[in-house]
Every structure is written in structure tokens, then in C-alpha cells.
Design a protein around this ligand. Structure first.
Ligand SMILES: C[S@@+](CC[C@H](N)C(=O)[O-])C[C@H]1O[C@@H](n2cnc3c(N)ncnc32)[C@H](O)[C@@H]1O
Length: 180
């Protein structure tokens, strides 16, 4: 049986593509249907998930929406006094991993540190919390066009393949990086 990865708030599937390339089965959860998503997609608000159903997973990855954190980092939106970010999605992700008893990596933007605490590491603009490997690859994300359309936003938020593949390898049960 292949190792299983659960991708919460999977978007267009950056994490998913990397884990699939490393021969994992992946199930993604999102509230938006994306035709190009490469694995089994469940359309469900992650806040309604019970984590214990994922006890057989090897790892859970989560990329909760970042817009509300980013608004506090950009001077032109900060000066409009944006509301405090809604943490219910991030908190649900941590709860799910706890209930599953499975390691988790949460990915988000630098500005999220003000609410989530200092990230364990970052690879370019991708900040990581949770069970992050001690050593990470240097990945230079492809420069995406600055544009605020929702398609471009999703593209910019897509986890780079190289980073996702590297992390997938570190969690494989037979991985040397994982050996005691
Ligand atoms: C930052 S994007 C994910 C990017 C993704 N990791 C990738 O590589 O493409 C955040 C995603 O969270 C989804 N989302 C927002 N609220 C959600 C919720 N309550 N439950 C599940 N997914 C949600 C959005 O639809 C969006 O696709």
C-alpha cells in the first residue's frame, strides 16, 4: 500500500503534485473545485473534518488561506485597519492532525507569524510550521506575474514542486532522512 498524504486547503495542488511524484496517494480537501487538481478532491470545509479518520496517513500538509494575514503586512491595506485574521481554519488543521496522531506541516506567508508564532523555517516566501525537516532545499520559486486576479493569486500560492517532493521524501517510511 502506498503512503497516504492528506492535503488540507489543497488549492491547485502544489503539495499534492510533489507527493504524487514521490509515489504517495493523496486526498485533497478544499471548498473550491479546481478542474486541474491532480488527485482525489473532496469539496469540504476543513473545519468540519474529524481528524481520527486520517490515522493511517503518513503526513498531513495544510496551506490555509493567507489573504487576511497578508493584508496586515501591506502598508496600503494595513492603513485601512483590516480586521483581525480569522484563525478558525488554521486551528482546525492543527486539531485534525492532533486527532489523527499524524505529523503535519502548515504552510503560509511570512506575515502569518504574528498570529501563528515564528515559523520553523522558510523556503523563499513559503513559511513552514509544524513537523518541518531540519534541512530544506534551496528553491528559487519561479517569478509569477504581479496581478491580483484570483487565478494568479492561486498560482502565486502554489507550493513549488521541488519543495513538496523533498518534504514528501523525508516522510516516506523507508526514507534515509527519517531513519533514527
Ligand atoms: C493558499 S491556497 C492553497 C495553495 C496550495 N497549497 C497550492 O499549492 O496550490 C488556499 C486554499 O484554501 C482554500 N480554502 C479556503 N477556505 C477553506 C476551508 N474552510 N476549507 C477548505 N479549504 C479552504 C481556498 O479555496 C484555496 O484553494
Amino acid at each position: 500500500m502506498k503512503p497516504l498524504c492528506i492535503d488540507l486547503c489543497c488549492g491547485s495542488g502544489g503539495w499534492t503534485a510533489g507527493f504524487m511524484a514521490e509515489d504517495y496517494d493523496v486526498i485533497g480537501f478544499d471548498i473550491e473545485p479546481l478542474a486541474a487538481y491532480p488527485a482525489q478532491l473532496v469539496l469540504q470545509d476543513v473545519r468540519t473534518l474529524i481528524g481520527s479518520q486520517f490515522a493511517r496517513a503518513t503526513v498531513i500538509v495544510a496551506s490555509p488561506p493567507c489573504e487576511q494575514f497578508s493584508r496586515h503586512a501591506m502598508p496600503w491595506t494595513r492603513k485601512r485597519n483590516p480586521p483581525e485574521p480569522d484563525l478558525t481554519i488554521v486551528e482546525a488543521c492543527w486539531r485534525i492532525a492532533r486527532e489523527a496522531g499524524v505529523p503535519m506541516i502548515v504552510e503560509n506567508v511570512r506575515a502569518a507569524q504574528a498570529w501563528l508564532g515564528t515559523a520553523r523555517a522558510h523556503v523563499g516566501p513559503f513559511y513552514l510550521w509544524g513537523d518541518v525537516p531540519a534541512i530544506l532545499p534551496v528553491v528559487i520559486p519561479e517569478r509569477k506575474k504581479e496581478s491580483f486576479g484570483s487565478k494568479q493569486r492561486l498560482e502565486r500560492a502554489r507550493v513549488p514542486l521541488e519543495l513538496a517532493r523533498y518534504i514528501a521524501r523525508t516522510f516516506r517510511p523507508e526514507s534515509k532522512e527519517n531513519a533514527a
